[in-house]
Design a protein around this ligand. Sequence first.
Ligand code: AMP
Ligand code: ZN
Length: 143
Amino acid sequence: MAEENDCIFCKIIKGEIPSAKVYEDEDVYAFLDLGQITKGHTLIVPKVHQKDIFHLDPEIAAKLFRRVPVIADAINKAFHPVGLNLLNNNGTLAGQSVFHYHVHLIPRYGKDDTINFGFQTHTDDYTNEQRAAIAQAISSHIH
Ligand code: AMP
Ligand code: ZN
């Protein structure tokens, strides 16, 4: 069975299961995340089933991301948050639980909105030479 037949977001796009729709056009569908980390927490997904960033066609990504500021602006106008996080999890270890590519828009209302991403920085653990080698290891694969 094709992956998309079993995909909850494909079913939402097709209207087979309900969602609180925020926006739809020929390329993307945006709807409220059931979890509502904060009020207005929205997901935007491509209409084509692509499971994560490693499988996302750059052309599909371009179509998706050109809508992101439009939806962010609408959330701003609706609820006047003081900030907004974009989040995209890829792979189970990184917190992905639905394997249809999606970007979270999470408006932020203040220090009480209970989000703690828990990232730690390691600025002092790397020399400039090590940073250059890491950057080179990545850039050598960009064609
Ligand atoms: P992630 O963990 O980044 O893969 O995000 C998946 C998100 O999908 C979670 O935040 C869930 O709350 C949300 N979610 C799962 N099922 C539904 C649904 N039926 N409608 C809306 N959001 C959903
Ligand atoms: Zn899907």
